[in-house]
Design a protein. Structure first.
Length: 255
């Protein structure tokens, strides 16, 4: 009987050691998967430079998951690898600019989602000064992730950046919720030529596709995805990444 009790005690001790180790390994899997996926879908030299850009962004406390997802999404769309490399480097630069613009206007440290949203707004035509204006005029403690995404969506619909900013700023001052802002964006008629608004939404990220609260972990948002984003095929788009054809982008919009 004593021998059986001793055996049970030993087994419980082994389980106590194995479970935390398995959990730690699972926590590390997403970062490993992201790097591996990028190396699968892009040429080795391009993947290495993109991963270096992502590592540099992480060292500057910028969110890296959106950069990884962006690279995988563009590879699946068949965008040339060199253009993907350029787009990721430019987006990382915009993240730094957006983060600085937010920090300049208010004491709170920007979240990863806010930094990502500011980069998208910059990409669509909002300048750094306007981001600071939005941050300084918004109610204290209000997350600016959705407001910034909505501004980008309004710009996609053809509104000048100053008008898009004014509409969102006015609604924020009226204490509109995120849902209210999204609803407002959906009711604004497009001022783009027929078909152009749809292309703009496809080339960039509209409010419902681009925003991802909680995807950027913590303030720095250095979490990595556990797999490719929606729309990336199981093979990672290896064949598509090498295509020479690049889908056209709307005027003034960057990939």
């Amino acid at each position: 009987m004593k021998r059986r009790d001793k055996l049970m005690t030993t087994m419980m001790a082994l389980i106590a050691l194995i479970v935390p180790a398995a959990g730690a390994a699972a926590a590390q899997t997403p970062a490993i998967d992201a790097s591996a996926r990028l190396r699968e879908v892009l040429p080795a030299d391009v993947a290495a430079r993109i991963l270096a850009t992502i590592a540099a962004a992480r060292s500057h406390e910028l969110p890296t998951q959106p950069l990884e997802n962006r690279a995988l999404k563009f590879a699946a769309r068949g965008i040339p690898p060199k253009d993907i490399e350029r787009a990721i480097a430019e987006q990382a630069d915009r993240m730094g600019t957006g983060r600085d613009a937010l920090q300049q206007a208010r004491p709170a440290r920007p979240s990863g989602d806010e930094i990502d949203a500011s980069a998208e707004a910059l990409r669509k035509g909002l300048d750094r000064a306007k981001i600071s204006q939005l941050a300084s005029s918004a109610p204290s403690g209000r997350s600016l992730a959705v407001p910034l995404y909505v501004i980008g969506s309004l710009i996609d619909r053809g509104l000048p950046s100053a008008e898009a900013l004014a509409r969102v700023r006015d609604r924020l001052q009226a204490r509109a919720s995120d849902a209210d802002l999204e609803q407002m964006a959906g009711t604004v008629s497009s001022r783009e030529p027929p078909g152009q608004a749809k292309k703009a939404a496809e080339a960039g990220s509209d409010v419902t596709e681009a925003k991802h609260p909680g995807a950027s972990h913590g303030a720095a948002g250095n979490g990595s995805p556990g797999g490719p984003p929606a729309g990336v095929p199981a093979n990672g788009g290896r064949g598509a990444a090498g295509k020479s054809h690049k889908p056209p982008s709307p005027p003034g919009k960057k990939p």
